[in-house]
Design a binder for this molecule. Structure first.
Ligand code: COS
Length: 387
């Protein structure tokens, strides 16, 4: 039930089919158990790498598939409809670290890091937030100090998706001096690998949902990063992070859509099978209205997502559309999964059906890569910037 107002190309339909079959065959049988056990299955990442799903928007010359954002979000929705935890690894890797190295990396950084990432051999992560710097990302305090041909970084990063399993982590840290703070302009980006001296994985979060996607703190105690691993220009790291989060938010919108669609599909099937008062509950208007509203919100969210992705592919400024897309899709996922539990009643509230897990993961989409409130701030700011 993947209605799209905006038609897909033949190539996009084929990639959608491959993603759907892969997710149903290789992921679906394990999703519930992985979620219960908070277990991250690396072999799924390896398999996605072989299919090209970890280098979707990387040029073929660097080992990627060289596809556009529209095709990427189509594939991501299919993975998310089966397992949002696997989808978030795919989203972060494709949207953030790989795109950052592609856009601002040197040729040497691309060969060394991006090529294996595009092939899915190395998994990427993105470390911006800190325990005391979440929505106010520019308030981050991890400090990098130049020492010969290295940068020495001290600090703690928080909420790092896959930080304990990643091979390459894009870390934002301050390179301005404490006596000469430059706000967002005092932040730089570094390419970090876990084998660098001073790298430690800290607390692993015990999350409500997305439990098969590990979220950790990273603790840097005199972490020594070669000077050659500074990404782009010193002092531009915050702007790089913001520009990259625009892409990331399209990925989270696609993930949210997959979650919402899965909840609708379960609800439609259940409502046709479940009989009360002598007939299937789909014959009651109370249920029909819910299903109709769920389908309408999902279709509208998908149309907005595809339009925002197409605008990005045309090279147009899309900050506000990325935020609108993430906002609408994540709130749709939360609303639709809430309705799905209501349609299933008691069966929706227990683990026998997947809507309980979908409801828990939907909540996360309203929070990470910028809360719903931050998306509204970004959209409102753009309204004034445009006048
Ligand atoms: N694209 C390009 N540049 C951007 C940008 C974007 N989307 N957003 C901000 N910038 C630039 C600004 O233009 C400004 O550049 P100049 O120094 O040249 O003027 C600089 O970045 C600082 O921007 P701003 O003043 O808007 O920074 P704020 O501290 O006010 O932060 C918000 C803005 C709230 C939007 C930002 O902190 C944010 O997105 N927070 C949420 C962070 C987030 O999503 N965290 C989740 C991480 S993944 S778990």
């Amino acid at each position: 039930m993947s209605w799209a107002l905006i038609p897909l190309t033949e190539e996009q339909r084929e990639i959608q089919r491959v993603a759907r079959e892969f997710a149903l065959e290789q992921i679906a049988p394990h999703s519930d158990q992985w979620d219960r056990d908070a277990y991250f299955e690396r072999s799924v990442i390896d398999q996605m790498g072989e299919l090209g799903f970890l280098g979707m928007m990387i040029p073929e010359a660097l080992g990627g598939l060289g596809l556009d954002t529209c095709t990427y979000v189509v594939a991501l929705e299919e993975i998310a409809a089966v397992d949002a935890s696997v989808a978030v690894a795919m989203s972060v890797h494709n949207s953030l670290p790989t795109q950052m190295i592609l856009r601002w990396g040197t040729d040497e950084q691309k060969e060394r890091y991006l090529r294996p990432m595009a092939a899915g051999k190395w998994l990427g992560a993105f470390a911006l937030s800190e325990p005391d710097a979440g929505s106010d990302a520019a308030a981050l305090s991890a400090q990098a100090v130049r020492d010969g041909d290295c940068w020495v970084i001290n600090g703690t990063k928080a909420w790092v998706t896959g930080g304990n399993v990643a091979d390459v982590i894009l870390v934002m840290a301050r390179t301005d001096r404490p006596e000469d703070r430059r706000g967002p302009r005092g932040i730089s980006t570094f390419i970090v690998t876990p084998d660098m001296p001073g790298f430690t994985v800290g607390k692993k979060e015990d999350k409500m949902g997305l439990r098969a996607s590990p979220t950790v703190q990273l603790v840097f105690d005199n972490l020594r990063v070669p000077a050659a691993n500074l990404l782009g220009a010193e002092g531009s790291g915050f702007v790089y992070a913001m520009q990259s989060l625009d892409n990331g938010r399209l990925g989270i919108a696609a993930q949210s859509l997959g979650i919402a669609r899965a909840a609708l599909e379960v609800s439609v099937t259940y409502a046709a099978e479940r009989r009360q008062f002598g007939k299937p509950i789909k014959e009651f208007q109370a249920i029909q209205f819910k299903l109709a509203d769920m389908a309408t919100r999902i279709t509208a969210s998908r149309a907005l997502l595809y339009s925002a992705a197409a605008a990005k592919d045309r090279g147009e400024p899309t900050t506000q559309f990325c935020s609108m897309s993430k906002l609408m899709a994540s709130e749709t996922a939360m609303w639709v999964t809430t309705q799905a539990i209501q349609v299933l009643g008691g069966y929706g509230y227990v683990r026998d059906y997947p809507v309980e897990r979908l409801f828990r993961v939907a909540k996360g989409t309203e929070i990470y890569e910028g809360t719903a409130e931050i998306q509204r701030i970004v959209i409102a700011r753009e309204l004034y910037a445009a006048t």
